[in-house]
Write a protein that binds this ligand. Structure first.
Ligand code: GAL
Length: 353
């Protein structure tokens, strides 16, 4: 058996939350829970064969419920921000929860990260978990009943695939992603400014001070946002750049060259020279939000093993469509019609060098 199911805790409404540990032949382990479909643990070897857990998270269910930051969770219906929490579709104005300053963030007050997903196990040498959540019409203000299935698959080559599929019964908007926080040296090991990052992105979206894109697609050329050749995240982190200062670090949508693809292609790579661990990101999505954990400072909710929250101790690579895209004609299309299938795949593949 390569999937182990365990009761993780019970929510205040009595629902039980289970964790599922997937293991492949080379010993890589990924732990995922039914609350928020969150990735709680990814254990991969370094170049000497020593395993470490390379994602952020908490020890207790209470912390996952009370803590912020969307640790490891599935995000929906709309990942990232929507300005003022409003948008118009076919002449109808929709009003969403405003849960981040004056904007809507990551699906609202009770986004997909806070839902208990139903989980089906497909055990084999390459174990899979199939998670399902049906969001009723009008939930958090969004139109349409949205039926979402997310499959996590751990392959023999140390790749974790996340396959997102959704269907609606009414025209709606959608932008699903996963909010895992990575530190390839291990979750307890300092900051990620020494990690090297490669991004196949030739432009990014500058934002206002509330982190809403201004509408401009700005070339990365000659800016701290140019990761087309791998460079340390910290190299230009403190550069005198208004877009970087405005967000308090990297917290921007990067647009992949040529936009979305039919099948996943390599778009990013993270590398920690000290441990030798590398993580390639393959996706068919058009963009990635690179977030260097600038808001990680909540003292009330220490991470696993009591580690204090610290900014820049992790980096998120959230593949997605452009934030606030419904309010910008020149942005990627986030509309899903009844009868269509939303279908994207992102693969985080671990190796050493
Ligand atoms: C990220 C977002 C950040 C912050 C974070 C959650 O996806 O880009 O600005 O909101 O989620 O704390």
């Amino acid at each position: 058996m390569s999937i182990k199911k365990k009761l993780f805790g019970t929510l205040s409404d009595g629902s039980e939350v289970y964790s599922y540990t997937l293991r492949n032949r080379s010993g890589m382990k990924v732990k995922i829970m039914s609350l928020g479909g969150a990735v709680m643990q990814i254990k991969v070897p370094d170049r000497n064969g020593c395993f470490a857990d390379v994602v952020g998270g908490y020890d207790s269910l209470d912390s996952y419920v009370g803590g912020d930051g969307y640790q490891g969770a599935l995000i929906g219906r709309f990942g990232n921000r929507i300005a003022g929490g409003t948008f118009t579709l076919d002449g109808v104005k929709y009003t969403l929860a405003v849960n981040n300053g004056k904007n809507h963030l990551h699906g609202g007050d009770a986004g997909f990260d806070s839902k208990v997903w139903s989980v089906a196990e497909r055990d084999s040498d390459e174990p899979e978990l199939v998670l399902n959540y049906v969001s009723p019409d009008g939930e958090e203000g969004y139109p349409g009943r949205l039926d979402v299935t997310v499959t996590y698959k751990l392959s023999a080559d140390n790749a974790l695939s996340i396959i997102y599929r959704a269907e609606t019964d009414k025209k709606t908007i959608i932008n699903l992603t996963n909010h895992s926080y990575f530190n390839l040296a291990g979750y307890a090991d300092g900051d990620i400014l020494d990690h090297e990052l490669y991004l196949d992105a030739d432009s990014y979206l500058p934002t206002d001070e509330t982190l809403i894109p201004t509408g401009e697609l700005r070339s990365v050329e000659g800016t701290p946002f140019d990761f087309r050749e791998p460079k340390k995240i910290g190299r230009d982190f403190y550069a005198d750049d208004p877009a970087l200062k405005c967000a308090g670090g990297y917290d921007h949508c990067f647009n992949f060259r040529g936009g979305e693809t039919d099948t996943p292609v390599k778009r990013a790579e993270l590398y920690d020279a000290e441990s030798g661990r590398a993580m390639e990101v393959f996706t068919d999505q058009p963009c990635v939000q690179v977030y260097t954990g600038n808001f990680l400072n909540n003292e009330k909710f220490p991470f696993k093993n009591g580690f204090k929250q610290r900014p820049q101790s992790f980096v998120c690579l959230e593949t997605q469509h452009m934030p606030d895209s419904i309010n910008h004609e020149n942005f990627t299309d986030c509309v899903l019609n009844a009868g269509e299938v939303y279908d994207y795949t992102t693969i985080y593949k671990f190796s050493v060098r």
